[in-house]
Design a protein around this ligand. Structure first.
Ligand code: CP
Length: 308
């Protein structure tokens, strides 16, 4: 039995196979309509979510399986003090696979250690968000045709942003990646991340102004300044509009630069940018369904349909 706690749980070769499967699912959705018949996915979300929870549920329904779960801790017995360890032991009696989001770093790992079904980390605090990373990598590979030889700007909340931390861990395994970290001083990339890059000999620059570097980028990964990770409302209000991408800034970007965002967006990307063909964040959300279908199928060991 295999869990997914970090994007590094899969080798790059396994990721290639997963992405090939996801691309095939996008082309031939109907062929996969019965591969998980009789199987159930539990979505245990102790934190709010739109995309991750619903795309997991859509993915399982697309595969012919069924879904059950809860979408906030308050409607589960966590509100009565039940531990994650006890909850997963019970969920293991009801479902075949579980996707869990939790505000505490490491909670899905605790669940996995007590579970008799595969557990997928659907985001744990400021730590990791591996299925968002799989979505991001699939988007880059599908739309850029490669995962190496890219100059990638990551912009916004680089301190608390679990999506950027997960993505960087995954991308350092590919060749010739250059990072530009674009954030205000208070939301800089944590030192444990920059130390990891130093150790691996990976090139990065820290930049204060998006307009100073947008022209160099093959990919701009925008992120939200996350109100829920701040201890102090004043700091949040002071920093929330630090970087806003608009059509004026997009004029200085390469004609084939892609703009990704894990979403939700607040106002860090002006809605006028949505019409720009380089803005691919809604396509990215759509690809998240296919990669989660491929992941569920892989972790359940479901057989491929005839003809594949
Ligand atoms: N990208 C992402 O994790 O979105 P949700 O919080 O809506 O799941």
């Amino acid at each position: 039995m295999r869990h997914l706690m970090s994007p590094l749980d899969f080798t790059t070769e396994e990721l290639d196979r997963l992405f090939d499967l996801a691309n095939d699912m996008e082309r031939h959705m109907d062929r996969y309509a019965h591969v998980c018949e009789g199987k159930k996915l539990a979505t245990c979300f102790y934190e709010p979510s739109t995309r991750t929870r619903l795309s997991f549920e859509a993915a399982m329904l697309n595969l012919g399986g069924q879904v059950l779960g809860f979408s906030d801790a308050g409607s589960s017995s966590a509100s009565k003090g039940e531990s994650v360890s006890d909850t997963i032991r019970v969920i293991s009696c009801y479902a075949d696979i579980c996707a869990m989001r939790h505000p505490k770093e490491g909670a899905p790992m605790v669940a996995a250690s007590r579970s008799s079904i595969p557990v997928i980390n659907a985001g744990d605090g400021g730590h990791q968000h591996p299925t968002q990373t799989l979505t991001d990598l699939l988007t880059i590979r599908s739309l850029k045709g490669r995962l190496s030889g890219l100059t990638i700007g990551l912009c916004g909340d680089l301190k608390f942003g679990r999506t950027v931390h997960s993505l960087i861990h995954a991308l350092v395994r590919y060749e010739n990646i250059h990072f530009l970290f674009i954030s205000p001083e208070e939301l800089r990339m944590p030192s444990y991340m920059t130390e990891m890059l130093h150790e691996k000999g990976i090139d990065y620059e820290e930049v204060i102004r998006l307009e100073d570097c947008i022209g160099k980028l093959d990919l701009l990964y925008m992120t939200r300044v996350q109100r829920e990770r701040f201890f102090n409302e004043e700091d949040y209000i002071r920093l929330k509009d630090s970087f806003i991408l608009n059509n004026e800034k997009m004029k200085y970007a390469k004609p084939d630069m892609l703009v990704l965002h894990p979403l939700p967006r607040v106002n860090e990307i002006a809605t006028e940018v949505d019409e720009d063909p380089r803005a691919v964040y809604f396509k990215q959300a759509q690809l998240g369904v296919y990669v989660r279908m491929a992941l569920i199928m892989t972790l359940l060991g479901a057989e491929r349909p005839n003809g594949n």
